[in-house]
Ligand binder design. Structure first.
Ligand code: UDP
Ligand code: MG
Length: 309
């Protein structure tokens, strides 16, 4: 049995040595063959040179280095595409997901004969209230609008087996929401509850912009419900306008002098409908943008260097 550990790294010079130490210790406890696949996602600091030194001393350290920063999901994808294991663990480089939990995941995987063991965060330390709140509601919202059910409070920290790895490698979509895709695959998936720690050092590499992009990919690739929004809004306005027409007609018939519609109501309606139209065109645009991205069929990432692989 070979266990591949996939570790995406972007500017992680402050943590990478410690991550390597902790992971190596855990791997020795598993008594399995292993490989540590560090995916250097275009880091601009010393991450790659530290990894190179580690790989010279330790044959179990393998490196995939990107030509530039392609993003966390692409880094994980490259790790899965290039791993040789019967099992693969995906883990962040910053030690927020404790490497020791991989032992629990292995135990659950063997006991339950599971194809996926995903980490569920019982508690999250050292995250901003904004991040906790948006994450909490996003995962619940996504479950409401998507056709697939996703476990909540779950990131990409998980253990997957060869079936899942092979299925994953057969996927053709470029813009991936990995946690969602793995849930979507089915097979036997079991939770593993753990406490998410504070980052070991450095700061988050997921600013708001990247978080929103990931959320958008998750929403657009697993739900067509936003496309229904224009239809519903349209129906509501159609009804309102019909009602308004009837009222106006009745008032004209009974010759009520008080019914002189002011310009402000017209002004309001024009502005409001203009806004609604822009919003709905925007929603359509987002889906078309996704289609365009997929149609271009560019590779998800470009590897500039491989070490020990
Ligand atoms: N990461 C990456 N590419 C990126 C951003 C992040 O490979 O463009 C890696 C990062 O090095 C870390 C993991 O993805 O191993 C999760 O990032 P981070 O811990 O900064 O996110 P957070 O835990 O704050 O959501
Ligand atoms: Mg982190």
């Amino acid at each position: 049995m070979l266990l591949s550990v996939i570790i995406p790294c972007y500017n992680e010079e402050l943590v990478i040595q410690e991550t390597y130490n902790r992971l190596s210790e855990v791997m020795k406890k598993t008594e399995m063959d292993y490989e540590l696949i560090f995916v250097n996602d275009g880091s601009r600091d010393r991450t790659f040179s530290i990894l190179l030194q580690l790989s010279q001393k330790d044959q179990f350290v393998k490196i995939i280095s990107f030509s530039r920063n392609f993003g966390h999901q692409c880094a994980v994808t490259a790790g899965i595409n290039n791993c040789n294991g019967n099992l693969a663990a995906i883990i962040d480089a910053d030690l927020q997901d404790p490497p020791e939990i991989i032992l629990d995941m292995l135990e659950i995987q063997q006991r339950e004969k599971a194809n996926v063991v995903y980490g569920v965060r019982k508690k999250r330390e050292g995250e901003s209230r904004f991040k906790l709140l948006t994450a909490k509601y996003f995962y619940r919202f996504l479950n409401k609008v998507s056709e697939v059910q996703f476990p909540i409070d779950t990131g990409d920290f998980r253990l997957i087996d060869r079936n899942i790895i092979d299925e994953f490698n057969n996927l053709h979509e470029k813009n991936k929401y990995i946690r969602g895709l793995i849930s979507w695959m089915g097979y036997k998936q079991m939770p593993c509850y753990y406490e998410r720690k504070e980052r070991f050092a450095g700061e988050t590499k997921y600013p708001l912009k990247k978080m929103m992009k990931l959320a958008k990919t998750g929403l657009l690739s697993f739900s067509n419900k936003p496309l229904m929004l224009p239809i519903w809004i349209g129906c509501i306005f159609l009804l309102i306008s019909l009602l308004y027409a009837i009222i106006a007609l009745v008032l004209v018939i009974i010759k009520s002098g008080s019914f002189v519609a002011g310009w402000s109501s017209i002004f309001f309606i024009v502005i409001f409908l203009g806004g609604v139209q822009l919003l709905t065109v925007g929603i359509l645009g987002e889906y078309i943008g996704e289609l365009f991205d997929e149609a271009k069929n560019r590779p998800e990432y470009i590897i500039s260097e491989k070490v020990n692989l």
